[in-house]
Ligand binder design. Structure first.
Ligand code: ATR
Length: 271
């Protein structure tokens, strides 16, 4: 019997998840279909009931529902519980289980580029939803986290939350500083690059050994990544994170290993 999956969010028209998952199903010979639905915030509860009634096996959840979806779920995986946000829901014998693959997907995407995680330093630019998931996943792997944000209070809050959970985290203002000489990994999670605007400061002075990631993938190379390249750093955009959060969601729903190569190919030809 064909299985049904989807992504729900608002806006959703630009989502590459249907293309990525449907290419994966075709490549793995799985009878399944993945759709996208634009669901405004006020209709989330009805949409969840609808998906459940229609027998959807699972769905991804994106902006603006990642936190509000929690009220409609029966259970959370330990990781989703820690993250306080859900991007993947599985319908399991009538029960809805929430999981979060964003941060874990990020970790998988940088795994091959770093010499290791434990004890190394990650500097995170931004303190929004994306930063939270990434900080948690990196801290769980033993990285020391330093968070920089335009609004200092939000960086402090995130750093304190991590500290309360027993992780090593500090924070500061969004500006150049000593951190540039210490970072093993630098992650740009703010929405600055989305409009192709220049980043507020130059990366001049960063260690060339640092791996620099911008979680945006449109444009493929943001001004921030161009600057990092000019400083001799190895760089990565957000396509890897998108790919691996999708692969981990697939594995949560269907078990086994996701056909990552087919999914990657579908993404890369579309961008
Ligand atoms: P997401 O869930 O995608 O991370 P978000 O929660 O809206 O999105 O967070 C956006 C992040 O981008 C925030 O860290 C925001 O900084 P503030 O907390 O100070 O608002 C950051 N951001 C957005 N525009 C920015 C700009 N022009 N300069 C610096 N930081 C910016």
């Amino acid at each position: 019997m064909e299985k049904h999956f989807a992504v729900i969010g608002d806006p959703i028209a630009h989502s590459l998840s249907p293309l990525m998952h449907n290419s994966g199903y075709r490549s793995a010979g799985i009878e399944a279909e993945y759709q996208r639905f634009q669901i405004p915030a006020h209709a989330l509860g009805e949409a969840v009931q609808g998906l459940k009634a229609l027998g959807y096996a699972g769905w991804n959840v994106t902006i603006p529902h990642k936190e509000s979806i929690l009220a409609f779920l029966d259970d959370l995986t330990p990781y989703a519980q820690k993250a306080g946000a859900v991007n993947t829901v599985k319908a399991d014998q009538g029960k809805l289980i929430g999981h979060n693959t964003d941060g874990l997907g990020f970790v998988r995407s940088v795994e091959g580029l770093l010499a290791g995680f434990d004890g190394r330093r990650a500097v995170i630019l931004g303190s929004g939803g994306a930063a939270k998931g990434i900080c948690l996943a990196l801290a769980e792997r033993g990285m020391k986290i330093h968070i920089l944000n335009r609004t200092l209070d939000k960086a402090r809050e995130l750093s304190e939350t991590l500290g309360q959970r027993g992780y090593e985290a500090t924070y500061g203002e969004l500006k150049p500083g000593e951190w540039m000489k210490e970072a093993d990994l630098l992650v740009q999670t703010t929405s600055v690059g989305l409009k192709n605007e220049p980043f507020p400061f130059s990366l001049k002075g960063i260690r060339p050994q640092a791996v620099v990631v911008d979680i945006i993938f449109r444009p493929r190379v943001t001004p921030f990544l161009k600057d990092a390249e000019a400083q001799g750093c190895q760089t990565l955009n957000g396509l890897g994170m998108l790919l691996y959060q999708g692969a981990l969601a697939w594995e949560f729903w269907l078990g086994g290993q996701a056909p990552v190569d087919a999914m990657r190919k579908a993404l890369f030809v579309s961008i």
